[in-house]
Design a protein. Sequence first.
Length: 330
Amino acid sequence: MPGPRAKHGKRAILREKARVAVLISGSGTNMAALLYASRLPDAPYRIVLVASNDPSAAGLAIAEAEGVPVFAQAHRGMERAAHDAAMDAAIRASGAEYVALAGYMRVIGPAFVSAWAGRMLNIHPSLLPKYRGLATHQAAIDAGDRVAGCSVHLVTDELDAGEVLGQAQVAVLPGDTAGTLADRVRIAEHQLYPRVLADYVSRPFDADWLVAQVRERALALPQAEETVSHGMPCFGIVKGKKFGWVSLDHHGDGRTALLARISGLDEQAHLIESDPMRYYRPPYFGDEWIGIRLDLGDTDWEAIDGWLQRSWRSVAPKRLTTLIDAADQF
């Protein structure tokens, strides 16, 4: 089956679906929701592994019946680090690029979390930052909340404290118990998690998101401003020269790219020769500019920071660069 289409203006480019491993400990209903959603037309991800810390987890049988590879390693009798390492090895062997926790009831150690930073998601049955940890439904009822719900967030070392990527609200009804409320929240979870996961794995290819990342970095530079030039977002010094553009399917080339200043033709040629998929000569911009693809799915944003700073410095008045250099000494 072909992968989803990443839209770029008038063109649509096929790209591979993101590979996701799902970790479970029990029935696997959220895993099943993710799996079935992955088989819908234009879904941007596919499930390549379902793994569990409980070999008897019912969700493993669902995954096997659906033809998804499974892995199980009981955690009892193992040091946390050793168990984490076994799970990590299975995930990497599957080729997964992302990890989705779906009722995985094992606390993950910092090394495992760090290894998958920015690529591990979890679903939690509350409207974070409210009610981290367990017994969330009863906590909402006891607090007299009119709404409860669920959140999908990135996993960090701090429990249920990572960036919230999406939430769904569920009304608390008169006479609700923790059990009745949990049943309705679970329905919301099954709607929310596939949508948020799909959006998250698509971000590295989404033109609006990519422009926002460049904008945040460019406008953090001294006296930088944004305009529109040649139909593209453009960044320059206030009342001064331009130091960057974001090319969006320029002349139908299907690319989302940063255009930054360089030293000249020799550097341009060297960059293109070193990585012709990432670097290119932007039409109509000449030898002192390089196109840097942002839509390949593996953008190094620290490197983009460096390109923007270098490009800004090449056009900034000396009074600005002198101030920056002086500040850097402290």
